[in-house]
Design a protein around this ligand. Structure first.
Ligand SMILES: Nc1ncnc2c1ncn2[C@@H]1O[C@H](COP(=O)(O)OP(=O)(O)OP(=O)(O)O)[C@@H](O)[C@H]1O
Ligand SMILES: [Mg+2]
Length: 254
């Protein structure tokens, strides 16, 4: 059984068929990438899996259980965590506090109570703080714990966001364009971080435009074009697929 199994999933916004009958599988322990031109439906697919939207049709199973149409906090409770295409860190909070908030994404009240820190006892808070420090160390950014989160460099903010996604002990993380805005050195660092996350036993599903990153770390790559899946295989086969080549060359001509 695949950890994540998406079958025949569709989502329309007004006149736009953003996702059109898409199915794919992600095996436990794998790094899988979803690529495709701008507007292909990649983020929408993530929003469907993570519960931000309900699909119009289709089924999404996680660890065997249907999760389509569940609320984001319910999906998070099942063990799926995510980062966003546009980094969402809270200003006026330290990097460490931003990571700690991740623990709360499993609760119904989510971000808001995380910011107010209402539901924590002192002991819980100490435990979450310790865990958050450990995750920042794991991602090599422990020295930034007390810095104001939004004042950090872009690559550092990405690492903080990753640590926050890991703070809820997910079985799978969805990363939406983690290399966006990073320079080559930061992207190479990110590749190592993603593989370390996988080595921790966490399955990774990744949307990314940076082909060297995608082809370097993915076990499988699915390709979307206009909401439809046009390829889904190992990186080498996908790179040689005539339909995929056509979609990307077409994009460059624009
Ligand atoms: N909340 C929304 N409301 C209306 N239309 C939307 C919404 N989200 C996405 N769309 C539309 O659905 C289509 C797919 O968008 P999506 O953001 O999923 O693409 P993407 O593959 O992530 O693109 P990019 O690489 O630019 O991030 C686009 O035409 C987009 O305008
Ligand atoms: Mg997107």
């Amino acid at each position: 059984m695949a950890l994540l199994e998406v079958s025949g999933v569709s989502k329309r916004f007004g006149g736009v068929q953003a996702v059109d009958g898409v199915g794919f599988r992600v095996e436990q322990g794998m790094v899988k990438a979803v690529i495709g031109p701008n507007g292909a439906g990649k983020t929408t697919l993530f929003n469907l899996v993570s519960g931000f939207f309900a699909p119009d049709r289709g089924e999404i199973r996680f660890a065997g259980d249907p999760i389509q149409g569940r609320r984001p906090y319910q999906v998070a409770q099942k063990g799926i965590s995510r980062t966003f295409q546009n980094i969402k860190l809270f200003s006026g909070m330290t990097a460490l506090e931003n990571v700690m908030v991740g623990r709360h994404l499993r609760s119904r009240s989510g971000f808001v109570s995380g910011m107010l820190r209402l539901p924590w006892t002192r002991r819980e808070e100490a435990e979450v703080r310790e865990k958050s420090r450990e995750l920042m160390a794991f991602l090599g950014v422990e020295q930034l714990a007390d810095a104001e989160a939004t004042s950090l460099a872009y690559g550092q903010q990405r690492a903080v966001e990753l640590a926050r996604a890991l703070c809820s002990d997910p079985r799978m993380v969805l990363l939406d364009e983690p290399a966006a805005g990073l320079n080559m050195r930061e992207t190479a660092e990110l590749a190592k971080l993603i593989l370390r996350i996988r080595d921790r036993g966490i399955t990774v599903l990744l949307v990314e435009h940076d082909m060297s990153l995608v082809m370097g770390i993915s076990d499988e790559v699915a390709v979307l074009s206009y909401g439809q899946k046009i390829a889904d295989s190992d990186p080498r086969s996908v790179q040689r697929d005539p339909q995929v080549v056509k979609v990307y060359l077409g994009e460059e001509e624009c």
